[in-house]
Design a protein around this ligand. Structure first.
Ligand SMILES: *[C@@H]1O[C@H](CO)[C@@H](O)[C@H](O)[C@H]1NC(C)=O
Ligand SMILES: *[C@@H]1O[C@H](CO)[C@@H](O)[C@H](O)[C@H]1NC(C)=O
Length: 183
């Protein structure tokens, strides 16, 4: 009896150890490893490492945690871009055409939507099932393209192309994480 329970105890320990190992408690979850998993035609490895390492928690975070960290970066960047747009509106908006000012306003609206949606995703991400957030993140993903399209429609040169490209690349990270984890 004692012997049997000792054996089953040992067995349990081995199982626990194995499961823990498989879940990446040891070694597997480095930012470099995770960015290798995410790197694809759509996400550059360097972009992944450079942007996520801004948060020190990324170093040992698993993919799901990286998803949240990337959402925090998206919130920070959308906030930055919105204030950059306000600066552009003050500096040069007045002297420009109505269509230019309308296009800037369209960008501000797009990024407000992105920011709102990103905060909603973060609120739910820690409790809800992650797969249902893909659609919300795709809404965020469309914001930089909406912004660019506004200028293109009037054949105007967008003053936000660099910001839009960077933001769009950033949003691919949580999309790719969800895609990878649901495979
Ligand atoms: C790249 O992204 C597009 C849309 O953003 C998607 O349709 C496509 O499947 C992605 N390709 C890869 C290789 O992940
Ligand atoms: C946001 O992205 C821009 C590039 O468009 C970058 O220069 C800036 O440092 C980023 N800021 C934040 C707070 O993420």
């Amino acid at each position: 009896m004692n012997k049997i329970s000792a054996i089953s105890y040992c067995f349990l320990m081995v199982i626990t150890f194995l499961l823990h190992g498989v879940h990446g408690g040891g070694g597997d979850d480095t930012l470099e490893n995770n960015c290798k998993k995410l790197a694809s035609a759509n996400i550059s490895y360097d972009f992944c490492v450079t942007n996520l390492q801004v948060n020190p928690r990324s170093k040992s975070a698993n993919l799901q945690e990286l998803g949240l960290i990337s959402m925090d970066l998206i919130v920070a960047n959308a906030t930055y871009i919105k204030s950059h747009i306000v600066k552009l509106q003050k500096e040069q908006g007045k002297g420009k055409s109505l269509s230019f000012r309308n296009s800037l306003q369209n960008c501000w609206n797009s990024y407000s939507m992105a920011l709102y949606t990103a905060n909603q995703v973060i609120k739910g991400m820690s409790t809800g099932p992650r797969y249902s957030y893909l659609q919300a993140i795709e809404v965020i993903h469309r914001s930089p393209n909406n912004c660019e399209a506004g200028f293109m429609k009037w054949k105007l040169k967008s003053p936000l192309t660099k910001e839009n490209k960077h933001f769009e690349h950033l949003v691919r990270i949580p999309i790719q994480i969800i895609t990878y984890m649901s495979q």
